[in-house]
Design a protein around this ligand. Structure first.
Ligand SMILES: *Cc1c(COP(=O)(O)O)cnc(C)c1O
Length: 349
């Protein structure tokens, strides 16, 4: 059987992943046969994971942060909720999040037996007042989104962290997508800005690492200890990850990407992508569409459903928000010339 061609990114405007940095691709290949799930046997990739944590700690404003390279944002979010649940003293735990939170929290709630309470947003951002109404003594975790999946918007993290503190819940920031652009903005989103306990930040999205490379970060080691289970028959004696065997390629490529790009390469990429997002927003507005003003490099606009479908039939990969707006994620592979031909196709209809 002929092997299918791997993905081309020429017309992909819908994805939160992108082509890996060349150094990340090379590192992934070299470490394909390593398993950081067994660190005392696979020592060199375990050392690389420590390096990944040092770099992620710098990105998230807390060099002493601990954590591990997860399979993705979903695992990191599930594990953050698991930390909060295990740490709390209640038989009836609940999790409070804005409706804009990623669907992985629905999975987390189901798997962990935690009730998910979602609060309405104001202008696509979490509303601390609405969140406060849902919080009670059984709340184990509050979620703040830093770069929402649908609009790329950032919640008021310090306000939500303060609210979590009031009820002795953990504050988890989901920066799975936004984490590698937020350092170059004025947003207050990380461990250094607020009393944040845990965070998700994915090298395999804007970080330009190879899939699978997600990141779970915790403020202090004791939070990670909430996840530890004993592991007979491995050389190491306990494990905090959700998966057992996991990808050394993800770990190595995350380090290679961050060493190549942090901070200047990411800063430059942010500027280019943000310029592109603003350019596209202007082009769409000039054509009479209602545009959700981009904050991070993600543009949503009210193109009609048939229009979106026609664009898809011309090979463009575009996605839609829950409110049926067209959504374009300006990832590193999305260039200005690509957007120019996209807009030209739009004018054709
Ligand atoms: C992509 C994303 C996730 C899920 O990450 P995966 O790597 O797809 O599992 C979670 N939260 C946010 C905000 C995301 O953008």
């Amino acid at each position: 059987m002929q092997l299918a061609e791997p993905q081309e990114f020429e017309r992909v405007l819908s994805s939160m992943c992108t082509e890996p940095h060349p150094a990340a691709r090379e590192a992934a290949e070299r470490f394909l046969a390593t398993n950081p799930g067994d660190p005392d046997t696979y020592e060199s990739v375990a050392a690389l994971e420590d390096r990944a944590m040092d770099l992620l700690g710098e990105v998230t404003g807390h060099p002493e942060a601990d954590g591990y390279v997860a399979s993705g944002g979903t695992e990191a979010n599930v594990q953050a909720v698991r930390i909060a649940r295990n740490r709390a003293d209640t038989d009836d735990p609940n999790l409070v999040a804005p409706v804009s939170a990623h669907f992985s929290f629905t999975k987390a709630a189901e798997v962990l037996g935690v009730e998910l309470r979602t609060a309405p947003t104001t202008d696509h951002r979490a509303d601390p007042g609405a969140m406060a109404e849902l919080v009670d003594e059984d709340t184990v975790c509050l979620v703040a989104v830093a770069g929402s999946t649908e609009y790329g918007y950032v919640d008021p993290v310090p306000d939500l962290a303060a609210l979590a503190n009031e009820v002795d819940a953990l504050c988890h920031v989901d920066a799975a997508w936004g984490g590698f652009v937020l350092p170059f903005t004025d947003h207050e989103w990380h461990f250094g800005h607020a009393d944040v306990d845990t965070m998700t930040i994915d090298p395999h999205k804007i970080g330009q690492a190879a899939i699978p490379a997600g990141g779970l970060m915790v403020r202090s080691q004791d939070l990670l200890d909430e996840l530890a289970i004993r592991t007979p028959y491995l050389e190491s004696t306990s494990q905090v990850t959700l998966t057992g065997t996991r990808s050394g390629a993800g770990v190595a490529s995350a380090v290679a990407a961050m060493e190549a790009l942090w901070p200047e390469g990411y800063r430059e990429q942010y500027r280019t992508s943000m310029d592109n997002a603003e350019w596209l927003a202007d082009q769409l507005a000039a054509r009479g569409h209602d545009v959700v003003e981009p904050d991070l490099p993600l543009v949503a606009a009210d193109l009609s459903v048939p229009m979106t479908e026609q664009l898809r039939s011309r090979g463009w990969r575009v996605s839609k928000t829950g409110a049926d707006e067209m959504r374009v994620v300006c990832m590193p592979h999305v260039t200005r010339s690509m957007l120019r031909s996209f807009v030209a196709d739009l004018d054709w209809y």
